[in-house]
Design a protein around this ligand. Structure first.
Ligand code: DGY
Length: 382
């Protein structure tokens, strides 16, 4: 039997409650816990509705505020880790599911598919789904790239959506994550990176199920919307750079199905608004820090102060840039934060006009190929 956890912060209570009702009705589910970042309006609405849902179904439905567990910015990491602790201390169930509270397309299928894979003996089940070719830009250019550079022979770079918040963990995995101080410290957006990393580093088997319907969550404005997430995801990866990860852990990825035209034609972010960011927020120190990077990256980005250039940041230049960032980036330094943001923006915009423009299928093929090329290069010359 399983527990389902929805971490949330300022979500639409109707969407959250609809998802709670779907989850609690599933025959494998014994209890649902909604974990709010604080007591916002969504929290109050969910807390008011929970007793009635519990009464009607005879199952446990709770709405709680996340504990302060980690040492980074209090965020999603504290929410997920609160869920793990609840699961281990308040229940004796075998499995815990996490789902982001904003999934508009949530259905019992998400739970069933995860349970089916866990029934086959996998320790971890992750859901993946089609995303627009200009969505998932942290996933591709930070997380999968970083995994390929740091642990090229492991399964980490081959995980389809390493930042996905939709997953099932069996009890031994939850125990390992709660016992891992690195995971417990990661209270911010870095938590998904840490869970993914720690499950593979811990040698657990993983199954990725494909959900063609996708998540249908809202897309972004300019890439500024993702700035904090970018910095926290990169810092999380950088903090793990010296760690060892075993090769050859069991990892099965369900073959994907056809992708809808809606996803294929969706634009992930506001291009013009993002382009304008390249000329803003420069300091003398950022310019000086650029000297640490290869000449074409330094000169290309410096030019963007007056005239945007994108073509210089190709796959190879991003690999070299990423290596410098792993070595030099300082997470608490505002100039480094801004420089990381700009370098990533150039990378995303450049990819958008040279690759994504050629169509969804070409873009997906390119991105998967890029990660493999990075892994091969890193395996040759760590
Ligand atoms: C990612 O890159 O996966 C983030 O969710 C932003 O889209």
């Amino acid at each position: 039997m399983s527990v389902v956890v929805f971490p949330f912060k300022r979500e639409d209570p109707d969407v959250l409650l609809k998802n709670v009702r779907i989850a609690v009705a599933h025959p494998r589910v014994r209890g649902v816990v909604c974990i709010g970042a604080d007591e916002d309006a969504c929290f109050r609405a969910a807390a008011a509705a929970a007793p009635e849902i519990a009464r009607a179904t005879g199952k446990q439905v709770e709405v709680i505020v996340q504990e302060r567990i980690g040492s980074k910015r209090p965020g999603k990491g504290d929410g997920m880790n609160t869920g793990l602790r609840y699961f281990l201390t308040k229940t004796d169930h075998k499995r815990i599911h996490f789902y982001d509270a904003d999934i508009l397309s949530f259905s019992e299928e998400w739970i069933t598919k995860a349970e089916d894979a866990a029934d086959q003996g996998y320790h971890v089940v992750r859901h993946y789904f089609p995303r627009a070719s200009t969505d998932a830009m942290i996933t591709w250019f930070i997380t999968r790239t970083g995994f390929a550079l740091l642990w090229p022979r492991s399964e980490l770079p081959r995980i389809e959506q390493p930042l996905g918040g939709e997953l099932l963990l069996t009890r031994p995995v939850a125990e390992a994550l709660v016992a891992d101080p690195r995971v417990q410290a990661q209270s911010d957006w870095g938590i998904d990176t840490l869970y993914t990393f720690a499950t593979v580093a811990g040698g657990f088997s993983m199954y990725e199920t494909y959900l063609g319907v996708g998540k249908l969550h809202k897309l972004y404005g300019t890439l500024t919307d993702l700035r904090t997430m970018l910095i926290e995801c990169f810092s999380a990866l950088q903090s793990l750079a010296e760690e060892k990860v075993p090769e050859g852990t069991v990892h099965h990825v369900e073959y994907q199905g056809p992708v809808s035209e809606t996803v294929k034609t969706k634009i992930g972010y506001n291009f013009d608004g993002t382009l304008a960011l390249l000329a803003q927020g420069w300091t003398e120190r950022q310019l000086a820090l650029l000297d640490l990077f290869p000449a074409r990256v330094r000169d290309g980005l410096a030019c963007c102060r007056s005239f945007p250039q994108l073509g210089f940041m190709d796959d190879e230049a991003w690999y070299d840039t990423y290596r410098v960032l792993l070595r030099e980036f300082q997470a608490d330094d505002p100039d480094w934060q801004e420089l990381l943001f700009k370098l990533w923006i150039v990378r995303v915009l450049g990819y958008t006009v040279t690759v994504a423009l050629r169509g969804y299928d070409v873009a997906m093929h390119h991105l998967h190929g890029m990660v493999e090329r990075y892994a091969r290069r890193a395996a040759r010359a760590p």
